[in-house]
Write a protein that binds this ligand. Structure first.
Ligand code: PAF
Length: 283
């Protein structure tokens, strides 16, 4: 695997490839890799001649400075995992490579409704930071295919919107890959590294409450169903940001389900200091 730390060197190397016969698949990450990330690498390798993975813990997307400080960094293990997965390129930039002009003054992305609900509401500024780094990374890597995990459902929608806003890059194909789960059902996440074994056991209640919503989904009122999931989570002492059932294409919260509309349940909770999110397509 080739490791690039400098933007200009990576760009030169990518430009030297014969783009006509090459397709580039790109997996952006913040490191602390797990099998979920590796499944994205595998999917990219399957469909592209070159797979590029980036590891960059993006300071601009952390609305909570404590979350940034505590974000797990396991770079040596990440490199081993990427080597094992036969990833072709790792881009490992410094903050000044990504933000040569600093990152306090930022352009604003018009994300409309998406930025006002769920993660957008509870993590102000987060998606602006995600767009900033993803736009920069896409301009550097210029991939044909971008691979994202469904675990960050709303982020996938935001990035799809961003790609539409970046007209010169609009031929990027976005591929959303399924969430990988532990045998218990717990969604794989870098933040799970901050949980004790006991907490991991408690955390699988998130998956169980999503399953409860899915299994009991019936035409009509959604509030009672949400209430049941909330009670289940509160019983285990989670602090709840949201438990929502929404239209799967727009993320508009549903108070009533018509029995047909494609819908998704989304949860964000704190277990002690660690914020966890998960989601499940319901029909
Ligand atoms: O999902 C992530 O790990 C990050 O938000 C991303 C897309 C790599 C941007 O920093």
């Amino acid at each position: 695997m080739r490791i690039f730390k400098k933007t200009a060197v990576l760009k030169d190397w990518l430009n030297s490839l014969n783009k006509i016969s090459f397709s580039v698949g790109f997996v952006p990450t913040m490191g602390a890799l797990h099998q979920g990330h590796i499944s994205l690498i595998q999917e990219s390798k399957h469909h592209n001649s070159i797979t590029v993975c980036s590891i960059f813990v993006n300071p601009a997307q952390f609305n909570d400075p404590k979350d940034f400080e505590k974000y797990p960094i396991t770079i040596e293990r990440d490199i081993e995992m990427l080597e094992m997965a036969d990833c072709d390129v790792l881009f490992l930039p410094s903050v000044s490579e990504i933000y040569p002009e600093g990152f306090s003054e930022a352009k604003q992305y018009d994300l409309g409704f998406l930025e006002t609900v769920l993660e957008g509401k509870y993590r102000p500024g987060h998606f602006q930071g995600v767009c900033r780094v993803v736009e920069r990374l896409l301009e550097i890597v210029v991939p044909n295919n971008l691979y994202l995990g469904q675990k960050d459902y709303q982020q996938c929608m935001v990035i799809a919107h961003l790609v539409k806003l970046m007209d010169q890059q609009s031929n990027i194909q976005i591929n959303i890959c399924p969430t990988l789960r532990e045998a218990s059902g717990l969604a794989m996440s870098s933040r799970n590294m901050r949980l004790s074994e006991k907490e991991k056991n408690i955390a699988l209640t998130i998956f169980q409450s999503l399953e409860l919503i899915k299994n009991k989904l019936a035409k009509g009122d959604m509030n009672e169903l949400k209430r049941k999931a909330i009670i289940m989570l509160e019983h285990k002492d989670f602090r709840i940001d949201y438990v929502e059932i929404a239209d799967a294409n727009t993320l508009t919260p549903l108070t009533e389900w018509d029995g047909k509309q494609k819908s998704v349940a989304l949860i964000a909770v704190y277990l002690n200091e660690v914020r966890l999110i998960d989601n499940m397509i319901l029909n």
